[in-house]
Design a protein around this ligand. Structure first.
Ligand code: F1P
Length: 359
């Protein structure tokens, strides 16, 4: 298998393949604790933006992983606050603003980026500013980045910073930050301090299910892997599908649960793995889809709070525990990369930050 120059260097230096990615996946609970401390320090600043009636539209944006994060966060924001929101790719807001914004309507833009240097995200903010569309809030990991100073409010979560190219800890830390911000904006309904125990639940989840994730990840008979998630979990399913592509060069797609029956189910065979991010409110419907595809020969894995193949047993309300859907799929992608002789720290064809020179 052709290895990229940097992979050859890493392997030549005898570095364990995936050294960084492994550490980043396993250290997520600690990073989440730091993120909750950042939220505590920033409560007053965040509360200044809680008058959401000021805005005709709220849009979350990012690229790649942080676009999928934006999709999940926008859905959860709407569920928690009752205000409509969308998650859109930054390239759309940059290059086709009138097709995406209600033009000249007061807007809150939430721009999310690990690096804070992705060209499309910076350009999207520039276009937003140029047309005086409203206020910008940024969520970044990299404190010294351009995006970290571009917002009217900038929330910085340095504990999410990573060496690896494929996001894991950065994604879950920024996602937790976004959910905490939504909880602060929905006072009385949610208390983001309840999130404190999510780190302990994450640590227990990673320790308990790493063996199962390893066993599934190492089974390279699976040649197609699907992630199903509905509501705020669809963006998370998209992210886990991206991990399969980035880390282990595996064809993978994500679907809303019920959508899988409308065509994609045709692809199911004995070499298929379907991972379901099962909700609390619609568990019966979600599990029925998994049962359907199991009859067609697929291996299925259900992930959720209780009585699932992978159970959180967190005792947390659903809004606080969605971040727990991420580690199992991340560990599976990691182990699959290793068994395929790849180095997840250096994904094929990818760079840590996409910088677009003028086209
Ligand atoms: C976003 C991103 C990642 C992708 C790769 C390149 O970066 O596109 O989603 O997986 O790492 O960068 P950022 O704007 O979140 O830094």
């Amino acid at each position: 298998m052709r290895m990229m120059a940097n992979q050859k260097v890493a392997t030549k230096q005898g570095m364990a393949r995936g050294k960084y990615t492994r550490e980043e996946i396993f250290s997520q609970p600690e990073s989440w604790e730091r993120a909750i401390e950042v939220l505590k320090e920033q409560v007053e600043s965040i509360e200044e933006y809680s008058n959401l009636d000021e805005y005709r539209q709220v849009i979350f944006t990012g690229c790649g992983s942080t676009y999928y994060l934006s999709r999940a966060a926008a859905t959860q924001f709407q569920a928690m606050t009752g205000h409509p929101a969308r998650g859109l790719p930054a390239s759309e807001l940059w290059l086709s603003p009138k097709a995406n914004y209600i033009w000249n309507a007061p807007t809150l833009l939430v721009a999310i980026s690990r690096s804070g240097e992705t060209s499309e995200t910076l350009q999207a903010c520039e276009v937003f500013r140029a047309h005086c569309l409203g206020k910008i809030i940024t969520l970044v990991c990299n404190p010294g980045s351009n995006l970290a100073t571009l917002g009217d409010m900038n929330l910085i979560f340095p504990s999410g910073m990573e060496q690896s190219i494929a996001q894991t800890r950065a994604f879950s830390t920024l996602f937790l930050g976004a959910i905490g911000m939504c909880a602060i904006w929905a006072p009385g309904k949610y208390n983001f301090n309840r999130m404190k125990s999510v780190s302990q639940a994450g640590r227990q989840l990673i320790n308990q299910y790493h063996p199962m994730a390893t066993q599934l990840g190492q089974n390279i008979d699976f040649d197609r892997i699907y992630f199903l998630g509905s509501g705020e979990r669809f963006g998370l399913a998209c992210e886990l599908s991206l991990k399969m592509k980035e880390m282990c060069l595996t064809h993978s797609e994500s679907f809303h649960f019920m959508e899988f029956r409308h065509g994609p189910k045709a692809m199911v065979n004995r070499n298929t793995l379907v991972v379901g991010l099962v909700s609390e409110s619609n568990a019966d419907y979600d599990l029925a889809v998994l049962a359907d595809v199991e009859k067609l020969g697929a291996k299925t894995i259900s992930i959720g709070e209780q009585k699932m193949d992978v159970s959180f047993n967190s005792g947390l309300e659903e809004v606080y525990r969605n971040v727990l859907y991420l580690p199992f799929g991340q560990m599976m992608a990691f182990e699959r990369a290793i068994v395929k002789g790849l180095d997840p720290d250096y994904p094929t064809n990818l760079d840590a930050v996409v910088k677009i020179t003028k086209v």
